[in-house]
Write a new protein. Structure first.
Length: 125
């Protein structure tokens, strides 16, 4: 099943105006509400985004950013081209790629293990 999202705005100002079960209903909504001026925007359909509903795939890996000072960890999508692990002295931050798990404690332990391994290599151990 698909959902058709009508958006308005540009870049960081984009917001959702409505969610519809068909492209035709989404287009009717746009037409009825005069959301976009066809003289300026040549293709109104550019503002209808199509998504597959309930099509969720869990990531296999994530990027972990470990703040050395606060001991906080932030996980983000693994869409980076950088080589990991990496240490950023300016920010006292260690980043690494780890396997995704539904258990946050398992992921946190993976970060601690990777950081310990990184520090051991730095110390020549």
């Amino acid at each position: 099943m698909k959902a058709f999202i009508v958006t308005k705005g540009e870049y960081s100002d984009t917001s959702i105006s409505g969610v519809f079960s068909s492209r035709e209903k989404a287009q009717s909504y746009i037409d009825a509400n005069h959301l976009y001026d066809d003289n300026y925007f040549s293709r109104t359909n550019d503002y209808i985004e199509e998504y597959e509903v309930d099509n969720v795939s869990l990531p296999t890996t994530v990027i972990a950013s470990y703040d050395i000072e606060t001991k906080g960890i932030v996980f983000s999508e693994d869409n980076h081209d950088e080589d990991y692990p990496a240490y950023y002295d300016t920010f006292s931050e260690f980043r690494c790629r780890i396997n995704f798990s539904n258990n946050i404690l398992v992921m946190e332990k993976s970060v601690y293990d990777k950081y310990a391994e990184f520090k051991a290599k730095q110390a020549g151990i």
